[in-house]
Design a protein. Structure first.
Length: 326
């Protein structure tokens, strides 16, 4: 039990919490609700299929959950909640306004089929999406994230680094930046997202968990921690390009980044063996690494994260991406 709690609390921030005998777990408050409500795609009739003004290529096979409709409007469809994402469909190469308000926005360009992914940050309250004279507005109810409190940590927990460590951290940061800047052209997630571990695992930390160390709120946990034995295979949850495969990272130890297109990048931290190379294209279900405990980790687990541009998304939520088979 202790090992699991250490895992849950230690993965990202409390580097030595589990090496010490003293830290006392005061409280773990599980959030009341966990997963998002899914909106189903509008029903399409045979008539729609036959209508030449619809682009039906995406209706084939498992692509069905992709947004359908007349190409000149704007439709978005997906997991509409904090940490979620929607796939929008509009005119090919349309300029799409995305923002929190009319004073705080920027433009993205839909791809040449008219698709554009829009993600929602952990604490996003409002997002507007506007294209071709159509406007969609999302107002989010705050999600109830877990809270974990640890008291009695020695003050030395606030890390100080040696010159050599700092150099390593800075070098790693440049490599990571490059990995995150990758923008694959192909959409790699049209078949939805699968869990990256197929064997048994224990989920030890949920996305968004708020950590309070010695009474002080710290950065939330932006990943989902899945505890499994060292060597357990990790599989690509969707097609993508390996934009980073690095086992010299100070904090993450060994990390793989997968670029799924349109700014969606999934992250695999603390892995043991990396079984892919940078630049390699991987298919959904292909092995990319094995579970490990490298870097600042207190036990074997996969810290699985997902970023859309600068936003932190909930990878687990995207496994619920609507995926209709009819
Ligand atoms: Zn984690």
């Amino acid at each position: 039990m202790r090992a699991l709690l250490c895992l849950a609390l230690g993965a990202a921030l409390v580097s030595t919490a589990c090496a010490q005998e003293t830290p006392k777990i005061i409280d773990i408050e599980p959030a009341a609700e966990r997963s998002g409500e899914l909106r189903r795609a509008p029903e399409f009739t045979q008539e729609d299929f036959d209508n030449p003004k619809y682009d039906n290529t995406a209706l084939e096979g498992r692509d069905f959950h992709m947004v359908q409709g007349p190409p000149l409007k704007l439709h978005c469809y997906g997991v509409e909640k904090q940490g979620g994402a929607v796939m929008c469909r509009t005119k090919p190469n349309a300029k799409v306004k995305i923002g929190r308000s009319d004073d705080d926005f920027y433009y993205e360009t839909a791809d040449d089929r008219g698709y554009l992914l829009v993600g929602f940050d952990r604490d996003e309250r409002r997002t507007i999406v506007e294209a071709e004279g159509n406007r969609l507005e999302y107002n989010f109810t705050p999600r109830d994230y877990d809270t974990s409190r640890i008291d009695g940590l020695p003050p030395s927990q606030v890390s100080t680094f040696t010159e050599a460590q700092l150099k390593r951290i800075r070098n790693a940061s440049a490599r990571k930046k490059k990995g995150f800047a990758s923008r694959a052209q192909e959409l790699g997630f049209t078949n939805g997202f699968e869990l990256p571990i197929k064997e048994e695992f224990i989920k030890t930390t949920n996305f968004g968990a708020q950590r309070i160390l010695n009474g002080e709120p710290k950065k939330p946990h932006y990943g989902v921690d899945l505890a499994a034995p060292v060597g357990t295979p990790i599989y690509a949850p969707a097609d993508g390009i390996v934009s980073l495969a690095d086992d010299e990272l100070y904090f993450e130890g060994a990390m793989v980044l997968l670029d799924h297109g349109q700014g969606l990048i999934s992250m695999y931290l603390h892995v043991d063996a990396i079984t892919v190379q940078e630049g390699q294209a991987v298919k959904q279900g292909e092995q990319i690494a094995t579970v490990g405990s490298k870097g600042r980790s207190t036990g074997p687990h996969l810290c699985w994260r997902l970023k859309w541009r600068n936003r932190n998304l909930d990878p687990e939520l995207l496994t619920e991406w609507p995926n209709d088979d009819h």
